[in-house]
Structure formats: structure tokens, C-alpha cells
Write a protein of this length. Structure first.
Length: 65
């Protein structure tokens, strides 16, 4: 999985998360507010560290290398 997502920036915003997951940006914003989603707030922005996002995707899809 990590090899497939190597092109991602170090920090992901809601638009990038939406694009990768194939969901609407509004759904991405909702997801980023879920308790188990690794998206800390930094200032006024909510971001996702790439490595944490990849782990989250693997845990929720059952995929791992």
C-alpha cells in the first residue's frame, strides 16, 4: 500500500484525502473529525500525516504489504 501512495505529500489536507479515497470533499471533512481518524488540528488547519493515513487505510481495508 505504501508504495502505491508514495507520491503523497508529508501532510494531507481534506482535499487530498478526498481525492485518494474517491469521496466528496464534504465527506472527507466529516471523516477527519472522527475519533479514530489520525487528523490533528494544527492552528486552524486539520491535517493528516502521510504515514498515519496509510496505516489507517490499511487497518480499514484489511490491506497490508
Amino acid at each position: 500500500m505504501e508504495r502505491l501512495l508514495h507520491w503523497l505529500p508529508l501532510f494531507l489536507n481534506a482535499a487530498t484525502v478526498a481525492k485518494v479515497l474517491g469521496i466528496a470533499p464534504s465527506s472527507s471533512y466529516e471523516l477527519m473529525h472522527e475519533k479514530d481518524f489520525p487528523a490533528p488540528q494544527i492552528g486552524n488547519r486539520i491535517v493528516v500525516l502521510k504515514e498515519a493515513f496509510i496505516r489507517w487505510v490499511e487497518q480499514h481495508t484489511g490491506e497490508s504489504e
